[in-house]
Design a binder for this molecule. Structure first.
Ligand SMILES: [Zn+2]
Ligand SMILES: [Zn+2]
Length: 454
């Protein structure tokens, strides 16, 4: 019998076990173990680039962490928390949930997104979704949870204080310090400074931008940059970005209003996000939003389109515009396509094909990397922000996650310099024992990837 068959946390134990998202970016799936029970935090997907197969033998477009370890002992799984509605945190849940069949806890916006996803699976009625107000509290088995408002690039991002009889974990999930977000409240240092008095055993922290010095820029800086660029344009402007960034879409709505343009959204994912934002009260009434089918009738200088597909995804709205096969708009010479997004490594080929097609149409393009203004800002913390949060919280142990090995190492170095005594770096399948005797048990559990339909 394999050792992991006996892997049951006792009342004095506090364990952290990542099955996905540690040593890689995407498909986050974290487990915390205490007193015979497990708590899952997030259940996301990763998007596979079929043109760059890499070393993985799996060729599925969408993948999730293999949940076999926890699915086999699902009677020990007390519940699932979704920290926010990004695909790398929520995307696998509709497909994997039948293997867990336990309650799901999330904020109202994430719940709205989840219900829309579940409606497509036919299992919507069966999943118990327990809505927690942003900044609220709840108990899940032996785990007491304080949900903490933090800032990121989607509505209602939550960090978690997970308290047990054996110790406390501060799980940051995805975050940045944004003092002027477009939607939601600014970052509040006091919330995190207060944690220092609680003697946090371990802080499990986002490493995405740990290689970047300084501080990320605010969504408000991005709004001003988008206004500066778009206000000088006389032709159609198409902006492509991440559909879940409601703050960015609201910024573009305000830019449209101030520049005498109408805003149209091209792409199902984005329409879905905006519909959820409306339901939850995040979408302002004064945005001049029009039906996509009306765009073709407007003068060029009154058009602002936001289109999905900034990574060159062949079926997304932007690729269809580049192929002149979009039902609602034919791009013309001198129109501008602006990328309010970063290029995700691995997508270079798809994006360069897209740019070639636009160039052939004599459509101008502006990418984030070629623009001196912040027409895109990241939702993740740079080194300066990591340093501040470690100094606020003062955990005994830092556990960098949500990054590849180099990001994790860089995050650990920031933690060390900020005075965190121990840094545990590892990868999916490592068992991070936080109490009673802190140590890492490498590769305690088998992990892998599975294909999911999307
Ligand atoms: Zn993430
Ligand atoms: Zn995120």
């Amino acid at each position: 019998m394999h050792l992991t068959e006996h892997l049951i946390p006792g009342p004095k134990d506090l364990w952290f076990l990542p099955l996905g998202g540690c040593g890689e970016i995407g498909m986050n799936l974290n487990l915390y173990g205490h007193d015979g029970r497990w708590l899952m935090v997030d259940c996301g997907v990763t998007f596979y680039n079929p043109l760059q197969p890499g070393t993985s033998p799996i060729t599925a477009e969408v993948q999730a962490a293999d949940p076999a370890f926890i699915a086999k002992r699902r009677e020990q799984l007390a519940g699932i928390i979704i920290t926010h509605a990004h695909e790398d945190h929520i995307g696998a849940l509709p497909f994997l949930w039948p293997r867990f069949a336990c309650p799901v806890y999330c904020t109202p916006f994430a719940a709205e997104i989840l219900r829309r996803k579940m409606a497509r699976t036919g299992l919507a009625q069966q999943m118990p979704i327990i809505e927690i107000s942003p900044g609220g509290t709840c108990s899940i088995g032996p785990f007491s949870i304080n949900w903490l408002n933090i800032t990121h690039s989607i509505p209602e991002p939550q960090a978690l204080l997970i308290s047990t009889a054996a110790g406390k974990v501060f799980h940051t999930a995805d975050w940045k310090i944004d003092n002027a977000p477009i939607t939601g409240r600014p970052f509040k240092p006091q919330v995190f400074k207060r944690l220092a008095q609680q003697q946090i055993t371990a802080m499990v922290c986002d490493s995405t931008n740990a290689l970047k010095p300084g501080f990320s820029e605010s969504e408000t800086a991005c709004y001003h940059a988008l206004f500066d660029v778009i206000s000088k344009e006389q032709q159609r402007v198409v902006v492509s970005g991440f559909s879940s960034n409601i703050g960015r879409l609201i910024s573009l709505g305000h830019v449209a209003r101030r520049t005498g343009r109408y805003l149209a959204l091209f792409g199902r994912a984005m329409e879905n996000m905006v519909a959820a934002a409306r339901v939850c009260g995040y979408w302002p009434d004064d945005i001049p939003l029009i039906e996509p089918s009306h765009v073709g009738y407007l003068p060029a200088n009154e058009v602002l389109v936001v289109a999905t597909g900034s990574q060159g995804e062949p079926r997304a709205a932007l690729s269809r515009l580049a192929q002149q096969s979009h039902p609602h708009l034919i791009l013309e010479e001198n129109d501008l396509v602006l990328f309010s997004a970063m290029l995700i490594p691995g997508n270079e080929m798809l994006v360069s094909r897209l740019l070639d097609k636009l160039k052939a149409l004599k459509v101008r393009t502006l990418q984030h990397k070629d623009c001196p203004l912040p027409i895109h800002v990241s939702g993740h913390p740079n080194q300066g922000e990591l340093d501040l949060l470690y100094r606020y919280v003062q955990p005994a142990i830092a556990i960098p996650v949500h990054g590849e090995a180099a990001h994790i190492k860089a995050n650990a170095a920031v933690a060390r310099a900020a005075g965190v005594a121990q840094q545990f770096t590892g990868q999916n399948g490592d068992l991070f024992v936080l109490a009673p005797e802190p140590r890492v048990w490498p590769q305690a559990v088998a992990t892998g990837r599975i294909a999911v339909e999307h």
